[in-house]
Design a protein around this ligand. Structure first.
Ligand code: GDP
Ligand code: CA
Length: 311
């Protein structure tokens, strides 16, 4: 079964890793959000792409889910002594990724080509594609005015209340090379348990993607468990937008896009309401604490999807 997964950072990367454990590498493509990307110290930083790649390569910090394992802090400590900005912390090894990526972007290489080369160097066999090679930058409208995504997410720790989102540059963006072909060839699309508002929405906003997806069976995994996000502002965003956060709210949010929806046992009571939306529900354990959990959830998603496709 050829699978294309849509992923943001930490939540998306976990299921992507599960899928990579159970699918032959040639059958898996992961399309990653680049709306979080930004420029800092003159470097282009792609947090979600790096989180997905580090996770698939076994290089991710298991405590945080982002950044690298065995990381050292010499560069940022030097910046700190000099009074420079340290609100976005970059470990030494991670910094090397940003240096080399930025060097190649300046030399004229595309983000998708650079990502493919990085994946090869890191031993990642599934295909990882940025959603677009053109820069798309997420801005968050809040009660404190409009904030660039990392300013909201990291510097302001998601404290301001959100009212809307803007994906700057997305109208001019094109799907990265390989994205539309992968979708066309896919038997199944999986929306990973990523933030629907700031991780999945930017991908869906790339012109041409929604139309390509319309013909495809899509199954999503809920990032909301028991009314809460395991990490990050997803549930808070639903609330601030006037929607009670729940697995049902996520299913309603994706609505007609979905054929199936996978959500946690603690939310089993939502099954009927989700089925009433015309979406097939699958209730299972969806908290991925380790690599085995990721593979287990990925297997269940694939088995459930096979049933859906056969029905
Ligand atoms: P970010 O870009 O690093 O913020 O990561 P994503 O957007 O990909 O994922 C954030 C979402 O992942 C949050 O809403 C979490 O609730 C969800 N998440 C994290 N770990 C898990 C997990 O083990 N299971 C599920 N179902 N969701 C998770
Ligand atoms: Ca992110």
């Amino acid at each position: 079964m050829k699978v294309v997964a849509l992923a943001g950072g930490v939540g998306g990367a976990k299921l992507a890793d599960g899928l990579a454990q159970v699918l032959p590498p040639e059958d898996l493509t992961i399309i990653v959000n680049t709306g979080d990307d930004f420029e800092h110290f003159g470097l282009t930083i792609c947090p979600d792409l790096d989180t997905v790649c580090y996770t698939l390569a076994g290089l991710a910090n298991p405590q945080t889910g982002w950044g690298r394992v065995g990381e050292t802090q010499q560069a940022m400590s030097s910046v700190e002594v000099l009074g420079g900005p340290t609100w976005f912390w970059l470990g030494d090894r991670d910094l090397g990724t940003h240096l080399e990526r930025t060097r190649r972007l300046r030399a004229g290489d595309t983000l998708s080509a650079i990502t493919a080369d990085f994946c090869r160097a890191w031993g990642i066999r599934a295909r990882v594609l940025p959603m677009s090679d053109q820069p798309v930058r997420t801005f968050v409208q809040t009660n404190e005015g409009e904030l660039a995504f990392q300013e909201y997410f990291v510097a302001r720790r998601c404290e301001p209340a959100v009212s809307s989102f803007r994906f700057d540059g997305v109208e001019q963006a094109r799907p990265a090379p390989g994205v539309l072909d992968a979708v066309a060839a896919a038997d199944l699309m999986v929306v990973c348990p990523s933030n629907p508002w700031v991780s999945v929405a930017p991908i869906l906003a790339v012109p041409g993607l929604q139309a390509a997806l319309a013909a495809k069976p899509i199954v999503a995994v809920s990032p909301i468990i028991g009314g809460q996000a395991l990490k990050g502002p997803a549930a808070k965003m639903f609330s601030e937008l006037g929607i009670l956060p729940s697995a049902l709210a996520v299913a309603q949010h994706y609505g007609g896009l979905l054929r199936g929806f996978v959500f946690d046992e603690v939310d089993a009571a939502h099954s009927e309401a989700i089925a009433a939306l015309g979406i097939m529900p699958l209730v299972t354990a969806t908290v991925m604490k380790d690599r085995t959990d990721r593979a287990q959830l990925a297997s269940e998603v694939l088995a459930f999807s096979s049933q859906l496709l056969a029905a």
